[in-house]
Design a protein around this ligand. Structure first.
Ligand code: AHM
Ligand code: MG
Length: 345
């Protein structure tokens, strides 16, 4: 008779470590954990699988194009954004783990319907980031963050629960719908990546404990905005692509979907930036739905994230759809940018 022995949690590189098992292993090691977080993560991952299936069929399913509506940012809403938003809400609202949600696609906090229990967490997300890439079949993604509720009791959550700084995030992650589909998440202790195996419909651990290299050799920015930038931003970009100091010029990489650009920076190092400019003094990216969650991931992987002067995770949000300039990636590259801005042009 053959002897059976469990592989145990330390053998995570073996095939078959699903996202669920990974989260459960950690949950069992956390004192006082109730399973709410694991449950919520499962619901998010279900939504991600549904969205990823729809994204991969987008061209066939005739769901590309505009719904005709305009979102709170004044941009045309594409059908997939709308679908992703509704899928996340639908998968999470009945689970009893969250008291309120926030979405880049929705102006106000999203309440949990009265018939469902209200939980101790707050989920905020950008359901489909980089949606301009949908029509050209380039990578897009979902970004999410989870906070503990601030308001006492077990009633409906409020705006106050949503307006929390990134340093209080309990977990954050993103899903990238690209050449393969990956979910990357962190609870602050390590950043872990799971690749969706379409044959079995599970996210399997593929990138354990991701660390951002301390310095990279690429910069990622929409340089088309050059003429609108402040002089110190222009001179920083001039400098990063110069030969000055014996460093070879950094290469430029920009796909226009932050999830995809950030994912490359996370794995390879370098810096992604979306500064403020003359038209948009706070840049384009939303603090709660884009900057804070990815800043949390970046720091958990040994990187950094700044608005040019201060740590993104320390910014106290005052509005749901507030924007922030963002410089994120390898710690040395981000510190160098900050140092450059301190000195001025
Ligand atoms: P979205 O959430 O509406 O898709 O917009 C955010 C996206 C980011 O993913 C990306 O980094 C940025 O917009 C690109 O903006 P630009 O086209 O100005 O370079
Ligand atoms: Mg976005």
């Amino acid at each position: 008779m053959s002897q059976y022995s469990s592989v145990g949690p330390s053998e995570a590189s073996l095939p078959g470590t699903t996202l669920e098992r990974h989260a459960l292993d950690r949950f069992r090691r956390t004192q006082g954990a109730t399973g709410d977080f694991t449950g919520l993560l499962q619901q998010i991952s279900l939504a991600a699988k549904i969205i990823s299936s729809r994204v991969s069929k987008a061209g066939l399913a005739d769901i590309l194009g505009l719904t005709g509506e305009v979102n709170v940012q004044g941009e045309a809403v594409q059908k997939l954004d709308d679908f992703a938003n509704r899928t996340l809400v639908h998968c999470v609202e009945a689970g009893g783990h969250v008291c309120v949600m926030g979405s880049e696609e929705v102006e106000e906090p999203i309440p949990i319907p009265p018939q469902y229990p209200k939980g101790k967490y707050v989920l905020q997300f950008d359901p489909l980031d980089g949606s301009g890439n949908i029509d050209i079949n380039a990578s897009i993604g979902t970004i999410f963050s989870i906070h503990r509720r601030k308001t006492p009791g077990d009633g409906p959550g409020t705006l106050e629960d949503c307006l929390q700084p990134g340093r209080d995030i309990v977990a954050a992650g993103y899903v990238i719908y690209g050449s393969s589909n990956m979910l990357v998440y962190s609870t602050g202790h390590g950043v872990h990546g799971f690749t969706l195996d379409p044959a079995i419909g599970e996210f399997l651990l593929s990138h354990e404990n991701i660390r951002i290299p301390e310095r990279g050799d690429t910069y990622s920015i929409n340089e088309g905005n050059y003429s609108r930038w402040a002089p110190e931003v222009r001179s920083w970009v001039d400098w990063i692509k110069s030969d000055e100091g014996g460093r070879r010029p950094y290469s430029m990489r920009y796909i226009g979907a932050m999830v995809a650009d950030f994912h490359r920076v996370l794995l390879r190092g370098g810096i992604f930036a979306y500064p403020g400019d003359r038209r948009n003094t706070h840049g384009k990216l939303r603090l709660l739905y884009e900057a804070s969650p990815l800043a949390f991931i970046a720091e958990a992987a040994g990187g950094a994230a700044s608005d040019g002067k201060r740590r993104i995770l320390d910014i106290e949000p005052t509005a749901l759809h507030q924007r922030t300039p963002l410089f994120i990636g390898s710690v040395e590259d981000v510190r160098e940018a900050e140092e450059h801005f301190r000195r001025g042009a």
